[in-house]
Design a protein around this ligand. Structure first.
Ligand SMILES: N[C@@H](CCC(=O)N[C@@H](CS)C(=O)NCC(=O)O)C(=O)O
Length: 231
């Protein structure tokens, strides 16, 4: 069979796998963990155990977690005989293993690629630039004053959201959520990034579609329960 004739594999097909009892390594204010909490709520999945780690004091880097969290970042999953890091991979794992629950990545390949396009625009092009360790490095080793660090933060929010807003303008149509009638991985990535942008007083007036999507999602219980509480 020529490569172009290879039949597509539906990773979401029933019987693909079964979700093991797993531990969720979480930090309430981590936006990557916030994504995973939303996904768990949308799927109606409760981890067997949740371990809350305080990344402000580096708890996630403790030796006892090095197998489940080799890269020293939250979130992570671990189960008997396995573990997984990277919020997007973790959400896809949940989605693949529970095809009978609401799908977070559409089965249709074109829709799935559009969902991933938005998710990756946030998870790869915005979030890593404004992560705690990046801000700490700027403020510590590079001695960048707080006002300039805030400028850095808001700059990358504006750059990244400009791209996401354009994608939404092009693709959203009459969708209720980012790209359809149900929340997907795209919405799951938008909401925590908007939460962070507001926390750092970033100006969101140029991004009405992003704000509309975020507010629509935030009205849902699954998103509201995942939201970081003060602390
Ligand atoms: N690409 C990773 C990012 C994980 C990440 O950056 N986690 C942050 C919290 S949002 C963290 O653990 N930071 C600890 C630190 O910066 O020291 C994912 O999506 O899971």
């Amino acid at each position: 069979m020529a490569p172009s004739e290879i039949a597509p594999v539906d990773l979401h097909a029933p019987g693909t796998g079964r979700l093991p009892a797993f531990t969720f390594y979480n930090y309430f204010r981590s936006s990557a963990a916030y994504r995973v909490r939303i996904a768990l709520n949308l799927k109606g999945i409760v981890p067997a155990r949740t371990v809350d780690l305080d990344i402000r004091v580096g708890e996630q880097k403790a030796e006892e977690f090095s197998e489940a969290i080799p890269h020293g970042l939250v979130p992570a999953f671990a189960w008997e005989g396995g573990s997984l890091t990277q919020s997007l991979a973790m959400i896809e794992w949940l989605d693949v293993l529970t095809p009978d629950r609401p799908r977070l990545i559409p089965a249709d390949p074109e829709q799935a690629s559009h969902v991933r396009e938005i998710a990756l625009a946030i998870a790869c092009d915005i979030h890593p630039l404004n992560n705690l360790r990046v801000l700490s490095y700027l403020g510590g080793e590079l001695e960048v004053p707080e006002a300039r660090r805030l400028q850095w933060y808001r700059h990358w929010i504006a750059e990244g959201f400009t791209a996401v807003e354009r994608i939404l303008q092009r693709r959203r149509g009459a969708a209720t959520f980012a790209l359809g009638a149900q929340p997907t991985l795209a919405d799951i990535c938008i909401v925590p990034q908007v939460f962070n942008a507001r926390r750092f007083d970033a100006d969101l007036t140029a991004f009405p579609l992003i704000v509309e999507v975020a507010e629509r999602c935030e009205a849902l219980d699954a998103f509201a329960r995942a939201r970081p509480q003060a602390g």
